[in-house]
Design a binder for this molecule. Structure first.
Ligand code: 13P
Length: 259
């Protein structure tokens, strides 16, 4: 049986508004799911409101950020440091999301620095990895994943980590990877982590699946041995849908009472 606490992360990407945040958090916080960790990654301007509402609602939903500066502070116009994020009680921050690699030219060197900055601030990075459709078709999945891990973890004193496997072709396409295929890849990822982490840490690190996760398929992922949660984009935008998704996850991870 898995001992890792399931983690369901909502990634709003560049969506939402203050009003939407208020409604969403009120609705999602009302659902009591003590055996699971839920995180909302909002666009940066909403972090203050998120902190305020979390306190008012005594919400169990944790705060997440979608980005962090590679720099710890200084004359870097427009950047937001890890220390600033921790002032807003950010517990998790996405690093290396394929959309940032694709559209914002984020480099491996920037990702390495972001990891370091987060570790120094006591925030857990959620490191996103995943191959493209072409790489997948050409059988390069494991080679690509190992490269993506190596380029940010080699030579580092690695700290707390969540890994998110998001095959690029499954993101926003409505074509998720099957739970069985994802399990096979997660199992390999856990083995790969052994290059940087102790065997005990590898068992503790949560590996999330992301890419067209919805309330219908979320439970099936969580039933797999090495899938410890999900990273959800469009399926997280509406509170009702997200609640239903979390409910499915809760059911999938709750052991059935003996007959
Ligand atoms: P979708 O759930 O919209 O496919 O997005 C996945 C994702 O990129 C989460 O980070």
């Amino acid at each position: 049986m898995k001992t890792r606490t399931p983690l369901v992360m909502a990634n709003w990407k560049q969506h939402g508004s203050e009003a939407a945040l208020t409604d969403w958090l009120t609705s999602v916080s009302a659902m009591d799911l003590p055996k699971m960790c839920r995180v909302l990654c909002v666009p940066l301007p909403y972090l203050a409101k998120l902190r305020q509402h979390r306190a008012e609602l005594q919400s169990q939903v944790q705060a997440g950020s979608q980005l962090v500066s590679a720099f710890c502070g200084g004359a870097y116009t427009g950047e937001v440091s890890a220390a600033m994020l921790s002032e807003f009680q950010v517990a998790y921050t996405l690093v290396g999301h394929s959309e940032r690699r694709q559209w914002l030219d984020e480099t491996a060197s920037a990702r390495r620095s972001q990891l370091n900055a987060l570790w120094q601030a006591g925030i857990t990075p959620v490191l996103c990895v995943g191959e493209t459709a072409l790489e997948h078709q050409q059988g390069q999945t494991f080679e690509v994943l190992l490269r993506q891990l190596s380029e940010v973890l080699d030579g580092q004193t690695a700290g707390s980590l969540v890994l998110a496997y998001e095959p690029v072709f499954a993101i926003g396409s409505g074509k998720p990877l099957s739970a069985q295929s994802a399990q096979h890849i997660h199992q390999q990822l856990r083995l790969m982590l052994g290059r940087w982490y102790s065997a005990a840490d590898c068992q503790r690190i949560r590996i999330l699946y992301g890419g067209s996760v919805n309330k219908q398929n979320a439970g099936e992922y969580l039933r797999q041995d090495d899938i410890d949660g999900v990273l959800v984009g469009s399926g997280s935008l509406q509170a009702g849908g997200f609640n239903a998704l979390c409910h499915t996850v809760a059911q999938a991870v709750t052991p059935l009472a003996p007959a």
